[in-house]
Write a protein that binds this ligand. Structure first.
Ligand code: BGC
Length: 444
């Protein structure tokens, strides 16, 4: 079936997503303070080939050209994040006017070009000054975050209506505080549980602050999510898959909806209660205006006796010999349909928006062109699945491609290319890929 954008409805938001650390560069310009990512990338052997985001796509200096390119591609919604340490170099206290000025220019030009800004307040780049005080492990982070959110709303809320409080709390707490593979590189169950609880508190608190300061705001937050399946019908695999589902899909949405933490399936998760104080259960709850879902793949899970806490592990796409992206993630278009159905089944769930979906492939420039049929197919297949969910009654109100430009892909450095637009990181030349041209035509 040939899909048109009209098939999704008039009020469906089509866009692209990016994140500050992955594209901005200018990591020490105009008074910006260091973030945990600026520090983490300095460590040896943490990032693929020791790549760094110091320059990235140099978006800080090239945003004018990039926004014009977006405009020419008929992209009408732009999700980007604000770098906390550009606004507050020390995380709290004095505001850096030059940081405010940058986002003012970015927002103003977007609006001038008819592009609606969608702002993520936290996409993983905690100010290093706050990390030195414990970061997400310190309960005070909730108040530091709240002050920062308030400053952003006061400065930008006259023009920004759509806010997302956090980007994928599961990923930044698990990768950053349990596995130590993302900044700040901490490990262990207790640091993870403390960070997770404080992120959960901050997620609801941030929402409350935005609403209290800006009545016409449309407030959401975003979650990573994957369709989870057991490797076999054996009871042990089914139990293992349920545990993985808790971590991959349920841990942050359920307290937000007032359902509390899903501690039934995983005993060690109950330890999160150590970090809870009186009233926290109620404070974890907030009625968002929308929920952002970010989906890339599905996960197949099997029982694994020696995996601590979980006794479960992912059976990789490689081992299953299924088609994969450059991230070694399975290409499985139905996943996005299943997660939409799953999240829409919660009672009182607000409208859903796909705030990220996309794929990395090894693109190359040949005669000035980048032909990326695999990405194009990936996106088209995903849209079919989103449409199918919508036809079955799921309230899904938008779709944002991850991502606009090839960029700094965290621990994988510049190796995986996710962009609709190719970036030559030596010359900073941008080349629209064939997937980008397709998306532009689709949106035109
Ligand atoms: C994150 C992005 C990341 C993308 C691809 C999401 O987890 O929000 O920052 O680049 O997935 O890995």
């Amino acid at each position: 079936m040939h899909l048109t954008k009209e098939a999704f409805g008039d009020d469906f938001a089509w866009g692209v997503s990016t994140a500050a650390y992955q594209i901005e560069g200018a990591h020490q310009h105009d008074g910006k303070g260091l973030s945990i990512w600026d520090v983490f990338v300095q460590k040896r052997n943490k990032i693929f080939q020791n790549h760094k985001g110091d320059i990235a796509c140099d978006f800080y200096n090239r945003y004018i050209e990039d926004l014009h390119l977006m405009h020419r591609m008929h992209i009408k919604n732009y999700r980007f994040s604000i770098s906390w340490s550009r606004i507050l170099p020390n995380g709290t206290g004095e505001v850096n006017q030059k940081g405010i000025d940058f986002y003012n220019r970015l927002i103003d030009l977007s609006l001038e070009l008819g592009i609606v800004p969608w702002v993520t307040l936290y996409h993983w780049d905690l100010p290093q000054a706050l990390e030195l005080r414990g970061g997400w492990i310190n309960r005070e982070v909730k108040d530091w975050f709240g002050d920062y959110v308030g400053i952003c709303v006061k400065h930008f809320g006259d023009r920004v209506k759509n806010w997302m409080v956090l980007n994928e709390p599961t990923v930044f707490t698990a990768a950053g505080y349990f596995f130590g593979v993302h900044a700040p590189g901490k490990r262990g169950l207790d640091s993870f549980l403390a960070a997770a609880h404080h992120a959960s508190l901050a997620q609801a608190y941030g929402g409350r602050i935005i609403k209290s300061l800006q009545q016409d705001s449309w407030v959401g937050t975003t979650f990573s999510c994957s369709h989870v399946e057991p490797f076999s019908n054996r009871d042990k695999d089914i139990v293992a898959a349920k545990k993985a589902d808790v971590l991959l899909n349920r841990l942050f949405i359920e307290p937000l909806l007032g359902l509390g933490y899903p501690t039934m399936e995983i005993k060690s998760l109950k330890r999160i209660e150590r970090y809870m104080q009186q009233h926290d259960e109620a404070d974890l709850r907030f009625d968002m205006d929308f929920i952002g879902l970010q989906n890339y793949t599905r996960e197949v899970i099997r029982y694994a006796m020696f995996v601590p806490y979980l006794q479960a592990k992912i059976v990789s796409a490689k081992d299953r010999k299924v088609p994969m992206t450059a991230m070694n993630w399975e290409i499985y278009p139905e996943s996005i349909y299943h997660v939409l159905k799953k999240f829409s089944a919660y009672q009182n769930i607000p409208p859903l928006i796909i705030t990220e979906n996309g794929a990395a492939f090894p693109d190359q420039v040949l005669d000035g062109e980048v032909d990326d049929p695999k990405r194009l197919g990936y996106l088209q297949d995903a849209l079919q699945q989103v449409h199918k969910a919508q036809q079955e009654g799921v309230l899904v109100k938008g779709y944002f491609v991850w991502t606009f430009l090839d960029n700094f892909e965290w621990a994988e450095g510049y190796f995986p290319r996710f962009g609709l637009v190719h970036v030559d990181f030596q010359s900073q030349k941008r080349t629209i890929k064939s997937s980008g041209r397709w998306y532009a035509n689709f949106l035109a």
